[in-house]
Design a protein around this ligand. Structure first.
Ligand code: OSB
Ligand code: MG
Length: 371
């Protein structure tokens, strides 16, 4: 296909509840949406960069800038398949979230033109995926327990608690008590701890957690190796997993025994599939992470989560966990045998339709068109 134009749309969408992590408290999600216009039709992709460079070095404004100045020009006017996009943008170091959004939009355009779904193209082996929910740091323990009880009631298949120093043992103990011994529970520190906290983290073993996600800095592989050796709870890397090469390396070093795959963080769905394959070969379970995506990014994440190695429930929650109104038709948890699951879209491309009136209503800056 030939890339004729790239549109950048910046939107701000209110969250139904503020989301607090060890690095920020957010009341709305600012997202960068990319539309590619090609000779075979249009495609949409969502950039997972946050408003500020706190989770990673990337952020919405920087992603828009690097697309306008470098990544867009590397694609515009070129004849290429979506699978060629990463190489075409390869001269630019890093900026994986920006690259992932462009590749996702190209995949959407290409698959729509071919009448194929992302699930089919990625190698999905199931029609429904198991869903967990990521629960932010709450103002009080009581509010945390209310929120968790609500999610359990809605059918979510596991709970993930955001933790940080001073908000770990007590909330984890209280939630384990609330949900009982058999429901999956895991924690995510988003790099908030240091090596000296090792024994305090190992003490969470008592709560029979599925995993502890990214306690230490992105670059601090050694501390993750030390925790993995000291604790029975599996260590799971998120921020540190930059691509399939890093994934293979940190598995070999025994820094991680579970991997959180976020397509946006690793440069796109095609690299995410390569990480999945590396993990399957190494018998490392994976699950699909999230970045508070709208229905657009969620649709593609749910398709990815249908691959065989995704054996743990993902942070692929229903639309109403995040937004009163979603950018696409909403994702709703199933019922009966599909309680706590989302259905993998089967329509061409992402299988969902971006509501363009909402892209306009939610715009925080004027759209930019690159030709
Ligand atoms: O570390 O997994 C994370 C949200 C924003 C940035 C980082 C993370 C998260 C989440 C939410 O945990 C996952 C989701 O429900 O989309
Ligand atoms: Mg995480």
């Amino acid at each position: 296909m030939r890339v004729d134009a790239i549109e950048l749309h910046r939107v701000g969408i209110p969250l139904v509840t503020p989301f607090e992590t060890s690095f920020a408290r957010e009341h709305d999600r600012e997202a960068l949406l990319v539309r590619v216009r090609t000779d075979v039709g249009d495609g949409w992709g969502e950039c997972v960069a946050g408003r500020d460079p706190l989770y990673s070095s990337e952020y919405v404004g920087g992603a828009a800038r690097v697309i306008a100045d470098y990544l867009g020009p590397a694609l515009l006017g070129r004849e290429l398949a979506a699978a060629d996009a990463a190489a075409a943008m390869g001269r630019v170091a890093g900026h994986r979230m920006a690259k992932a959004a462009l590749e996702a939009a190209l995949l959407d355009a290409e698959l729509r033109a071919a009448g194929r779904s992302m699930g089919e193209a990625f190698g999905a082996v199931r029609e429904w995926v198991d869903c967990g929910v990521s629960v932010g740091i709450a103002p009080t323990l009581e509010e945390l327990l209310d929120e968790v009880a609500g999610y359990v009631e809605q059918g979510y298949r596991r709970i993930k608690l955001k933790i940080k120093p001073g908000w770990d043992r007590i909330p984890v103990a209280a939630v384990r008590e609330l949900i009982g011994p058999s429901m999956g529970l895991q924690v995510d520190a988003n790099t908030a701890y240091v090596h000296d906290d090792l024994s305090a983290l190992a003490a969470l073993d008592e709560f029979d957690l599925l995993l502890i996600e990214q306690p230490f800095a992105e670059e601090d592989i050694a501390s993750h190796v030390a925790l993995a050796a000291a604790a029975s709870t599996p260590v799971c890397l998120d921020e540190s997993i930059l691509d399939a090469t890093v994934a293979a390396d940190v598995i070999a070093r025994r820094a991680t025994s579970v991997v959180n795959i976020k397509p946006g963080r690793v440069g796109g769905y095609l690299e995410a599939i390569r990480i999945h394959d590396v993990c399957v070969d190494a018998e490392i379970p994976v699950w699909c992470g999230g970045m508070l995506e709208t229905g657009l990014g969620r649709a593609a994440n749910v398709a990815l989560a249908a691959l065989p190695g995704f054996i743990l429930p993902g942070d692929t929650s229903a639309s109403d966990r995040y937004y009163a109104e979603d950018l696409t038709e909403p994702f709703v948890l199933g019922t009966g045998e599909h309680r706590g699951q989302l259905r993998v879209p089967t329509g061409p491309g992402t299988g969902v339709t971006v509501r363009e009136e909402l892209v306009r209503d939610w715009a925080v800056t004027a759209p930019i068109t690159l030709r």
